[in-house]
Design a protein around this ligand. Structure first.
Ligand SMILES: Cc1cc2nc3c(=O)[nH]c(=O)nc-3n(C[C@H](O)[C@H](O)[C@H](O)COP(=O)(O)OP(=O)(O)OC[C@H]3O[C@@H](n4cnc5c(N)ncnc54)[C@H](O)[C@@H]3O)c2cc1C
Length: 347
């Protein structure tokens, strides 16, 4: 078994697979270490906007297009329909399979990374040496831990119930009295299932069980009349605490996607940022100056998102956002809503 690699990527999610995809054909020996036994297991809606795979959407079959967003506030809901789709539910398995089919890396499933040193990575099955190490292992990143980077500025928690029916709507609700610094949602859970729940942003690991779960339970019962006792529930953390992308004594350790904290704290959209940062790091490793440009742009975009997140969660902005979303089709409010909405979808 080969144990020495040029590049070891920890994590076979969108970030890791995209990095491997852009290293394909470089002649570098690349290994992806994935703890799960297969692709696509991440709790996620699997929805992507057009910027994620420009010109490649035709590669996905059975996708669901979203042209209507149902906007909710404490005053009720308003559907807003556009003439073109703003999101596509691709499904996590389908998305990751597409990326993997474009990679020439070795992929080892069921191999959780247990220990990392400056020379090697140890998994449940053995040790591998590397020249470059890429942490693409999500919000609970082992590589980030190895780099001793804290994760507490913005950490979002999501908790929802899973309904075994395809999603009939894409609903996002700004409900500051129920989900402070977060939102309520109805979204597809990949294809064929629906997630109904809430997200909240605060650096407290007890939050799901103590605060978020009871609130979601109450909201799901009151708003949708669902008997939550009969439904499966899931909780997940998202890391938006970005602290750089290039580390190590030899600048040979990189972080991408959620491991880097590149999740958008406002929308919790993270697939695009994982895919794009994976591309940026791969190009940098290949010696292409475009890699650094991509990563600088990502850092700037993230800073703007964090600023918006922080401002949006201060009073009175809290209620200004609520006022806009109460009537997202109004004369002035509609214009503001459309502008911000498409900024998020396109960038
Ligand atoms: C409820 C919910 C819904 C979401 N919906 C959307 C959405 O619709 N659209 C969107 O853009 N974003 C969405 N997100 C965010 C999105 O899921 C993430 O931002 C995205 O998956 C990040 O990709 P990644 O490759 O960085 O990390 P991940 O997708 O988390 O992949 C990390 C991979 O690393 C593996 N791994 C972890 N630890 C180890 C280890 N020690 N050894 C080996 N492998 C390891 C994991 O098994 C996993 O496969 C959602 C998040 C949540 C919580």
């Amino acid at each position: 078994m080969q144990t020495d690699y040029d590049v070891i990527i920890v994590g076979g999610g969108p970030g890791g697979l995209s990095c491997a995809r852009h290293l394909s054909g470089s002649g570098l020996r690349v290994l992806i270490l994935e703890k799960n036994d297969r692709l696509g297991k991440k709790i996620c809606s699997g929805e992507v906007s057009s910027k994620t795979f420009p010109g490649e959407m035709a590669n996905f079959q059975n996708i669901q297009e979203w042209k209507t967003v149902v906007v909710g506030t404490h005053k009720g809901t308003v559907p807003v329909t556009y003439g073109k789709p703003f999101l596509w539910t691709v499904g996590r398995y389908e998305l990751e399979s597409f990326l993997k089919s474009r990679c020439d890396a070795d992929v080892h499933f069921s191999e959780p990374v247990i220990e990392i040193t400056e020379e090697k990575v140890t998994t449940s099955e053995g040790s591998y040496t590397y020249k470059y190490l890429v942490g693409a292992d999500g919000s609970f990143s082992k590589v980030r831990e190895f780099l001793r980077l804290p994760t507490h500025h913005i950490v979002g928690w999501a908790y929802h119930y899973v309904v075994d029916l395809p999603a009939h709507e894409f609903r996002v609700c700004w409900l500051p009295k129920i989900f402070p610094r977060g939102y309520g949602y109805v979204m597809s859970k990949s294809l064929g299932k629906t997630m109904i729940g809430g997200a909240i942003g605060k650096p407290d690991s007890d939050l799901i069980s103590k605060k978020l779960a009871p609130k979601v339970k109450e909201w799901v019962k009151a708003e949708f009349g669902l008997d939550t006792a009969k439904l499966k529930s899931e909780g997940m953390r998202g890391n938006a605490d970005y602290r750089g992308w290039k580390f190590g004594n030899k600048w040979n350790v990189f972080l991408v996607g959620d491991a880097a904290g590149l999740l958008n704290p406002v929308t919790t959209e993270g697939i695009y940022y994982a895919v794009k940062s994976g591309e940026g790091v791969a190009k940098h490793i290949r010696g292409d100056a475009e890699g650094k440009k991509i990563m600088s742009k990502m850092a700037n975009t993230h800073r703007a998102q964090v600023l918006l997140f922080d401002i949006a969660n201060t009073w009175p902005f809290y209620w200004i956002v609520h006022w806009i979303l109460e009537n997202p089709k109004g004369m002035i409010r509609g214009k503001i809503f459309d502008w911000v909405f498409w900024k998020f979808m396109d960038r």
